[in-house]
Ligand binder design. Structure first.
Ligand code: FMN
Length: 133
């Protein structure tokens, strides 16, 4: 399995991950659940009306943390806005429950992919494993 697929599968199986952004000198963190591999990139989804979206626009550096079955994953990187409709459609197809809140043409739904990402899989029992994508 490709590194990026493994990261996405971990996020899917964990169901919830925590997305950290920065606002000035203040870290901000909140639960997220959206993850999609599309054309070899790992996407997450948010709403442009949210503070998290404004923080990413001002500073695209983020970190994600998820925990599952004794293992945890951290992914650091930069988020890039992708406004293509087909990416939004692919996200809604993968996670249909999002359709209650978002649609591709609502002017709010935002798809962001990770660039220069470093993913670290850790546990108490094995050495950390680092993959880049
Ligand atoms: C389990 C869970 C998963 C969530 N997944 C997402 C998500 O993928 N995208 C999103 O924009 N908000 C998601 N949310 C909602 C955000 O956590 C919430 O809107 C948060 O307040 C956004 O951060 P902000 O207030 O700094 O803008 C999720 C909430 C929960 C409880």
């Amino acid at each position: 399995m490709e590194a990026i697929e493994r990261v996405c599968q971990f996020l899917d199986e964990a169901q919830t991950y925590y997305l950290a952004t920065v606002e000035g000198d203040q870290p901000r963190v909140r639960p997220f659940g959206t993850a999609l591999v599309y054309e070899g990139k790992l996407y997450i989804e948010t709403g442009k009306v949210k503070a998290v979206s404004r923080q990413i626009a001002a500073n695209p550096k983020v970190e994600i943390c998820a925990f599952k079955g004794g293992e945890w994953l951290r992914v650091a990187g930069e988020l890039v806005d992708d406004q293509r409709r087909e990416v939004k459609v692919a996200m809604l197809d993968k996670m249909p429950s999002l359709k209650a809140m978002y649609s591709p043409d609502d002017g709010n739904m935002q798809m962001l992919y990770l660039r220069n990402a470093t993913a670290t899989f850790s546990s108490f029992t094995a050495a950390p494993e680092v993959v880049n994508f």
